[in-house]
Design a binder for this molecule. Sequence first.
Ligand SMILES: CC(C)(COP(=O)(O)OP(=O)(O)OC[C@H]1O[C@@H](n2cnc3c(N)ncnc32)[C@H](O)[C@@H]1OP(=O)(O)O)[C@@H](O)C(=O)NCCC(=O)NCCS
Length: 347
Amino acid sequence: MFPGPEVPKMVASLTVRPARAGDLDAAASLFAARHRHDRTRIPHLEPRLEEPAAARELIRPLFENPRAHGAVAESGGSVAGFLFGEEMLFAPSDMASLFIPPHSISMPIEGHAVAERQDATDVYRALYGFLASRWVANGFFIHRCAIPPGDDQVQEAWVSLGFGRYLTAATRPTSPVERQNVAAIEVQRASPEDIDVVAELAECLGRWHWQAPMFWPVLHATDAATREFNLGQLRSGDLPFFVGYQDGTPTGMQTFLRPGFTPPVVARDGDVYLFEGVVSDGARGGGVGSALLRHSMDWARNAGYESCTLHFAPGNPSGAPFWLGHGFVPVEHTMERRVDERVAWAR
Ligand SMILES: CC(C)(COP(=O)(O)OP(=O)(O)OC[C@H]1O[C@@H](n2cnc3c(N)ncnc32)[C@H](O)[C@@H]1OP(=O)(O)O)[C@@H](O)C(=O)NCCC(=O)NCCS
């Protein structure tokens, strides 16, 4: 909640300034403490990041990234919090533009923390306000911040700033898929010759996300890059793209990457990333997705992976309950805010 007039002293005592190289150790300590706290609630997080030295290595690239801007909040002579955001400047035809809005800001999960005993809303508001004034002045109106799930104070801070949940990353162990009633499908590992099958099932997933309540755009500008990416994966043969067939017709797909887009706070060494999971329109709800996941988890376990991570749209009425029902546990929420761009001229 927004602080009432009863807590003005803490707000008044906060000062914010740009982050400097010398702040890295303090930021790493704050992040390591937050991570220790996060690990008490969230499974699959990387134990090593409880150590400030490991946290330091994760955070350091933000301090060295010319597209990232950081700020530090101080209170009573000590660091109360830090925040970094990176300018995302992918070309419209780049595959990343499928997932990252053009000319946007990304505040990554390792890019912020608030000291214990500080009010998260006060500190994040001060830090974000400091950085966002520059971002908005430079035409960056879309801001994203990745946060750990289940921390009410951190979530409240970002919700109070106008952010809503846009994406969830979730992880499950590669233990067997228990469900009994799975469909009888033949699962094949796709080869480069199957690129049209892979592309069609990927498009099917795009058509689903285009609909309410997700409303994700289908960007044909990225089609060539996406096809090239998938073809590259199929040619390398490192990780499987599984396609499920019923009577010779492809009805579902689960594709794997490493490290893919597994958030860096997850224990990545034993993790495999499920990139695209889809069942074709007419075959949904008949156990194809469960059968494919059983096959995938059996493969992953036998290949030595301990966990599997994926992303879903929190509002996806199909994917969200499906993955959560199959034991995936949220490990990161990406929050998004779109600033009213009329502020650029309406003054
Ligand atoms: C999400 C998705 C991959 C799941 O695949 P699916 O084949 O529909 O899933 P399943 O049929 O295995 O399971 C879904 C539901 O169908 C039902 N079901 C499962 N096996 C069944 C069977 N043999 N007969 C009838 N119904 C069955 C179950 O009710 C299950 O719901 P439950 O989890 O509450 O028990 C698929 O629905 C899909 O492609 N959705 C649209 C795209 C999407 O959201 N992809 C995920 C992006 S993150």
